[in-house]
Ligand binder design. Structure first.
Ligand code: EPS
Length: 388
């Protein structure tokens, strides 16, 4: 399976095309749509999300509620485009018209792709960079992830996400999967404890008042992954490595950890490795899950537990110093409308990126033309493992 996304933040649409997805998988469009709505939510989002509806449509690959095996196209309209038709339209314009627009951006924002992208792609209007580097693109990724989640549901594999940190507010208690899934959906910041939710809302309000932004940590949990997804035999087949890449590819993400994560640095080996146990009913299992569900780049069958850290969004209402690319003079950076905190939304994006990687690993390992063949093969494989 592979996929591409396209679309500029204030252009007409964002799109995704997924190729290599099996035929005969029923898809629940309403359930997929809910995922896109969830990405729009979260305390700390800016005004843009009041403009966008993010309803998606299938353009190909689905017939009568089932996949055909052909490329699946999904598209979402940018409702804000109607305010940007002159600035973002595809029609050519004259130099005078361009100058009149007065929306040309020459003051790169520190921490964004603006300056390096402008240099690399030789643009003197930095809007040509920021339109694509915007996190608006993650709408399309969630659409792809939602499709992948349909595959995972059909195989009885569940996935959820939560926020464990926003600014200085931490909420990293241990809960079972259902509690995590239910309570994160009830919280405005996708935290589990009510007290932490309240504190996080306050800290976001405070940052907003100061014209500042906040980052945080998100956690994704996959329950019931098959044993042996990914492979130890080559670096680019290790599934934990692929997931790490996918997490860091999300806008503003800077780091990843699995299971016990960075605490492993200060913990002796005897307390890090998960001891192997055997039960005549359940077969092999681990007595703990410090390694977050991976050994040798392969799933152990324990839940996948992965966290990612998101830096505070670099678009600040209290902007930092920058240099104008035309005058070369020091200026405060351009203020673009922004979200004071998008960590809750980012947890939904992370969940969907992990769903994509897990689905892809399943499609790599099992026959993937027809969903029925895939399911039968997975069942046979699980039977073999139960007799190992
Ligand atoms: C973004 C800036 C804001 C965010 C946007 C990402 O958009 P705007 O500049 O239109 O106010 O709302 O996120 C989305 C549009 C989205 O769908 O998540 C940025 O510069 O990255």
């Amino acid at each position: 399976m592979r996929f591409l996304t396209s679309g500029e933040s204030h252009g007409p649409k964002v799109n995704a095309i997924v190729e290599g997805f099996p035929s005969n998988l029923p898809v629940n469009k309403e359930r997929m749509q809910e995922e896109l709505f969830k990405r729009q939510g979260g305390y700390g989002r800016g005004r843009r999300m009041q403009i966008e509806k993010d309803t998606f449509e299938f353009g190909s690959g689905i017939r009568h509620g089932k996949t055909l095996g052909s490329p699946i196209m999904m598209e979402v309209n940018n409702d804000d485009f109607k305010h940007w038709v002159n600035i973002m339209g595809a029609e050519p314009i004259t130099e005078e018209e361009e100058a009149e627009m007065k929306r040309i951006i020459t003051k790169p924002r520190p921490g964004h792709a603006d300056l390096v992208g402008g240099m690399k792609y030789n643009h003197r209007d930095l809007r040509n960079i920021l339109e694509r580097s915007s996190a608006r693109e993650t709408t399309a990724r969630v659409a792809v992830g939602a499709l992948c989640k349909e595959l995972l549901y059909a195989l009885d594999i569940n996935i959820t996400s939560r926020v464990t940190k926003i600014g200085e507010v931490t909420d990293d208690g241990v809960y079972n999967f259902d509690e995590l899934s239910d309570k994160s959906s009830d919280s405005s910041v996708r935290m589990i404890s009510d007290e932490a939710t309240k504190q996080a809302e306050e800290t976001i309000d405070d940052a907003k008042k100061r014209g500042d932004t906040l980052g945080g940590v998100v956690e994704v949990i996959v329950e019931n992954p098959p044993v042996g997804l990914g492979s130890h035999v080559h670096y680019d087949r290790k599934l934990d490595a692929k997931i790490a890449r996918s997490i860091v590819s999300i806008n503003a993400f800077k780091g990843v950890e699995f299971g016990m994560g960075f605490k492993m640095a200060e913990t002796p080996g005897s307390k890090v490795q998960d001891e192997i146990k055997f039960d005549s009913e359940d077969g092999f299992y681990r007595s703990s899950n410090n390694l977050g569900g991976f050994e040798g780049g392969m799933t152990t069958g324990m839940p996948i537990v992965v966290r990612g850290v998101m830096k505070p969004i670099p678009t600040l209402y209290k902007p930092l110093m920058s240099v104008d690319i035309e005058t070369k003079e020091a200026f405060t950076a351009t203020i673009e409308r922004s979200d004071p905190c998008a960590v809750p939304a980012a947890s939904i994006v992370a969940e969907h990126m992990v769903a994509i990687e897990v689905a892809e690993a399943i499609l790599d390992k099992f026959p993937s033309d027809d969903f029925g063949d895939l399911k039968a093969s997975l069942e046979l494989y699980n039977k073999r493992l139960s007799e190992y």
